[in-house]
Design a protein around this ligand. Structure first.
Ligand SMILES: NC(=O)c1ccc[n+]([C@@H]2O[C@H](COP(=O)([O-])OP(=O)(O)OC[C@H]3O[C@@H](n4cnc5c(N)ncnc54)[C@H](O)[C@@H]3O)[C@@H](O)[C@H]2O)c1
Length: 441
């Protein structure tokens, strides 16, 4: 009887969001949190909370620090941006979208997640919902976060408040697959929570809702999406090393193999960014806790993490073979971001290559039209160049930014010492450098 009353109370509370008597708070306004907060704010009253004060100041000016959204995306929204926990008043639904990084030993660093959870625990009221969107290993929501909320609030999950997990699938730089256009997985600590959370997200997501059978299932679903991709890229990287020894081009092999209807077409490359290179470590950590050695996942990570050094060794070998002196050599790297046409440099692996080359005394220029010079200096202690200057002993196309895709051969010939040595990680200049030294993954 008591549970029924609480559940009725919770349904009423969801209604109160629709009537704008109560609010939704989104904690963490980065790549994931900001689009989500603004989408909800088209319909409901939203509080956008972030501990980064300078980010909040930019948001007040309708500027997205992640450079994904335009100022028009802030129009016609009912949202207050704040970094004061005291502003988390009249909130009914808390949504957590803070980072879930790894530390220097590749162990999950739950500090932001647990800190945001603590913020919520201090202001939580009966009938509230807490929904996690940050990518975590199965069990993190219920085993790591809920106990903190219960301790700080003195309330009990299920009886007093509800919890859910709904992973985010947006892809930075993708203007087509945006939040309303991506099918959303939702989960809840009980049926009532599941239905209400499904209704809430269903009101902003046009692509549909998948109701997962439990919070752990939803957590696992997200983490294996990225793990599957990581392992498949690792396979392609391994094949690339092998095909290089055999003397055949990986991209040509893939083109041929992809003519089969069920061939999963993934290309080799450096795996950086906040998700694919990080999330599998959450799963290997969980596996380790359960005394299970996740062999394939761990091998995939090891291969992908080694790729920047493999690349550096190749560059050094080719410079040497071309009869050039390493300590006087100059290398141009085109692209600093972790993927094409975005400014995101988080966990960009090319700087591992850069540092390895520098350790041989090689001068390295990194050019990127999208990345911030300040951020690159701060994160990688490297001075980004806006344009190539002078002549180079080797050139590396690292990122497929549009600006780098259609450059004529004469351009590269003009900025190269002889012989011209070109490393094409993306395989886009195949058949262009026929009279030069060309290498692709
Ligand atoms: N970036 C993506 O494309 C993507 C896609 C799917 C899932 N995810 C997952 O979503 C989560 C968020 O990723 P992101 O890319 O948006 O991160 P982000 O770094 O862009 O943004 C996170 C924000 O959270 C803020 N923050 C940190 N600690 C906080 C706290 N205690 N309270 C309030 N705010 C806090 C930071 O200041 C930052 O503004 C991660 O778990 C990530 O794995 C990201």
């Amino acid at each position: 009887m008591c549970i029924i009353l609480i559940n009725e109370l919770i349904s009423i509370m969801i209604e109160s969001i629709q009537k704008k008597e109560k609010k939704i708070a989104v904690l963490g306004l980065g790549y994931v949190g900001l689009p989500l907060a603004l989408e909800f704010a088209k319909k409901y009253s939203v509080i956008g909370f972030d501990i980064n004060q300078s980010r909040i100041e930019l948001l007040h000016q309708s500027i997205d620090p992640s450079e994904e959204l335009d100022s028009e995306d802030f129009l016609h929204t009912d949202i207050v941006f704040t970094s004061s926990p005291e502003d988390l008043q009249d909130v009914e639904v808390f949504i957590v979208t803070v980072p879930t990084p790894i530390d220097e030993h590749n162990i999950p660093d739950l500090t932001p997640l647990l800190s945001a959870t603590g913020t919520i625990g201090k202001v939580l009221s009966k009938g509230n919902y807490v929904i996690y969107e940050s990518t975590v290993y199965p069990g993190a929501t219920e085993e790591d976060c809920v106990p903190i909320i219960e301790e700080l609030s003195g309330l009990k999950m299920g009886k007093d408040f509800k919890v859910g997990y709904s992973p985010e699938r947006i892809n930075p730089g993708d203007k087509v697959r945006t939040l309303p256009n991506i099918l959303k997985i939702v989960s809840g600590n009980d049926d009532e929570a599941l239905e209400n959370i499904a209704d809430l997200y269903g009101s902003i997501v046009r692509a549909g809702i998948h109701k997962a059978s439990s919070i752990k299932v939803a957590e696992a679903a997200k983490i294996i999406e990225n793990t599957q991709r990581d392992v498949n890229i690792a396979l392609m990287n391994e094949l690339s090393m092998l095909f290089n020894k055999i003397g055949i081009n990986t991209f040509e092999v893939l083109e041929a193999a992809a003519t089969k209807w069920n061939f999963y077409n993934v290309t080799p490359g450096l795996v950086g960014g906040h998700c694919i290179g990080v999330d599998p470590y959450y799963l290997t950590y969980k596996a380790q806790q359960l005394k299970h050695h996740a062999q394939i996942i761990a091998s995939g990570r090891a291969i992908n993490d080694d790729m920047p050094i493999y690349l550096a060794k190749k560059i050094i070998k080719e410079i040497n073979n071309a009869g050039k002196v390493l300590k006087y050599a100059r290398v141009l790297i085109l692209g600093a971001t972790f993927k094409e046409n975005v400014s995101d440099i988080r966990n960009s692996k090319i700087f591992d290559t850069v540092n390895e080359l520098k350790s041989y005394g090689i001068e390295v220029d990194v050019v990127d039209p999208h990345a911030s010079k300040i951020d690159v200096k701060k994160n990688y202690n490297h001075d980004l160049s806006r344009e190539p200057h002078g002549k180079y002993d080797a050139m590396v196309l690292a990122v497929k930014h549009n600006e780098f895709c259609d450059l004529p051969l004469s351009y590269f010939e003009h900025i190269s010492q002889k012989p011209l040595v070109f490393f094409d990680l993306k395989g886009i200049y195949r058949n262009t450098f026929n009279d030069h030294i060309y290498f692709s993954l």
